[in-house]
Every structure is written in structure tokens, then in C-alpha cells.
Ligand binder design. Structure first.
Ligand code: IPE
Length: 263
């Protein structure tokens, strides 16, 4: 098993790489190409997790996957986001990045909507051989519910905790976490969360996995249990993914109370 001290995990939101307003999968190929170019110079160990956007949310909603088990709907949704993953991986490889799709449906089990177990040995091997694993929000088998929709926002902190990641980024289509006036909230900690929570703007598109508030909650739980800091930033702005990968502090920093004293 490799040491994963320098592991970076980057989530690229579905609103960046797809038209999230569409009723069915509409991909933004040029955005994926730009992102691939920004990633291409990165030398460290990297896991990419992408969102589903219009390749998952409308399908999951159509079949009410958050309310009831539906085998056909689960498979249609899974196949749709898998298709998006194929396009992302294809473009990464065209840009000289060795990347391979790792579909959560095939290596993860959930219980009541939360990740219970995940096979990680192959991911460690990929990292050791400089292959970038590309995961994504998906529909996975669930012990209690049959299947459940698992967001990339849940996968990122799960992997970060299990694999002890050093750097964590959530690239969305807004300049970090915005308040009700549209300004970026610079730092969120468990201490100020109750106060900022009521001002966090929701998603304007179909989102079955909790939108921005869901992301913040996942990252806060992680910082509380591990002290790992994450950054929510605008990945649709050219250059930002590159800046994040260089370790720059951008967007909203989600961290433990100690952050302000330590930085
Ligand atoms: C959603 O994944 C998964 C499905 C709807 C199948 P995400 O929650 O990570 O997707 P985005 O980033 O919001 O589009």
C-alpha cells in the first residue's frame, strides 16, 4: 500500500462539466478539455471525482430514486452518469493524462443513503502506478433501501478520511459558498456554521443530493473528525483548478475552529 500523505482529491461539480439545467445529459466538452489542460501539469497523486449534473439529477428525479427503490430507474441513472465518466476519462487521456473510470456502483455499498464500505485496494494500486482514478456521483446498492443516490460530495470526504488526503477541493460553478447577497463566505467552521447556514444560497437547478448546503455539511463533518481542510471554489473560472492544485487558498475554506489560529 502506498503512503497517501500527499494525496489530493478534486471534485468537479456536474454544473461545471454539464448543462445542469437540461432535462437530459448535455455535456460541456470544451469545459472538460480546459480542465484537462489545467490538470495535465500536476505531478502528485490525484483522485478526481466528478458530479452527475444533467447526466444524473434529472434521471434520479424522474424515477423518484430518493423516495423509492426502482431497479430500472437506478440502472438508467447509473448508465447515464457512467456515460459522462467515459467522456471525462476520454478527454483526460487525449490530453496526456493517464486516467481510468472507477464506477462507485461496482465497488461501493451504502446503508440508508450513507457509504458503508468501498473497495479501495485497486485505487491505491492505480495511484502507485500514476494512473488517476476518476470516480463520480452514482447510484449504488444500499443494504436498507435497495439503491441510493450517492453524491460525489459524500465520496470525496469518505476517500479523504480512508486514504488520509492532504488537499481537498470541491470545484463548483460559483465563487465558493455564497451568502444571500452573492458574496463569498471566506471561512466556515463548526463554530460559525449555524450562523452562516441560513444565508447559504440553494441550487437553482435540479439537485437530488443537497446542493451547496449538502457540500458544506459533508466537508464540515470531515474537518470535525479529521482536521482536514477543504476548499470550495469556482472551477468554471479558467485557471482556478490549476491554482487549487498548486496549493493556493481559493474560494471558501471549510475547516476546524483551529484554522484561523494555525494559518
Ligand atoms: C449526483 O452526484 C449523482 C446522481 C444524481 C446520480 P453529485 O451530487 O456529485 O452531482 P453534482 O455535482 O451535484 O452534479
Amino acid at each position: 500500500m502506498v503512503s497517501s500523505e500527499s494525496l489530493t482529491i478534486l471534485k468537479i461539480g456536474g454544473s461545471v462539466i454539464t448543462d445542469k439545467k437540461a432535462d437530459d445529459g448535455v455535456v460541456r466538452v470544451n469545459e472538460i478539455r480546459r480542465i484537462a489542460q489545467e490538470i495535465s501539469g500536476f505531478k502528485g497523486k490525484l483522485i478526481i471525482v466528478h458530479g452527475a449534473g444533467s447526466f444524473g439529477h434529472p434521471q434520479a428525479k424522474r424515477f423518484s430514486l430518493n423516495e423509492q427503490f426502482n431497479a430500472t430507474g437506478s440502472i438508467i441513472t447509473h448508465l447515464s452518469v457512467k456515460e459522462l465518466c467515459g467522456m471525462v476519462v476520454g478527454i483526460l487521456n487525449e490530453n496526456g493524462i493517464c486516467a481510468v473510470g472507477v464506477h462507485p456502483m461496482c465497488c461501493m455499498l451504502a446503508d440508508n443513503g450513507r457509504i458503508k464500505t468501498m473497495f479501495l485496494d485497486h485505487i491505491y494500486c492505480m495511484l502507485e502506478k500514476s494512473i488517476i482514478p476518476v470516480l463520480h456521483g452514482d447510484v449504488v446498492m444500499d443494504n436498507s433501501l435497495g439503491t441510493s443516490v450517492i453524491s460525489g460530495d459524500q465520496i470525496v470526504p469518505y476517500l479523504a478520511k480512508q486514504m488520509k488526503a492532504g488537499l481537498l477541493g470541491i470545484g463548483s460553478a460559483t465563487a465558493g459558498v455564497l451568502d444571500d447577497k452573492g458574496s463569498t463566505i471566506p471561512v466556515i467552521t463548526p463554530k460559525n456554521f449555524e450562523n452562516v447556514k441560513k444565508h447559504i444560497r440553494g441550487s437553482e437547478n435540479t439537485d437530488v443530493t443537497g446542493g451547496m448546503l449538502g457540500k458544506v455539511q459533508e466537508m464540515l463533518e470531515l474537518s470535525d473528525s479529521t482536521y482536514i481542510t477543504s476548499h470550495i471554489f469556482d472551477a468554471s473560472k479558467p485557471g482556478n483548478i490549476g491554482r487549487f492544485l498548486k496549493g493556493e487558498k481559493i474560494g471558501t475554506v471549510i475547516t476546524h475552529e483551529q484554522y484561523e489560529c494555525r494559518s
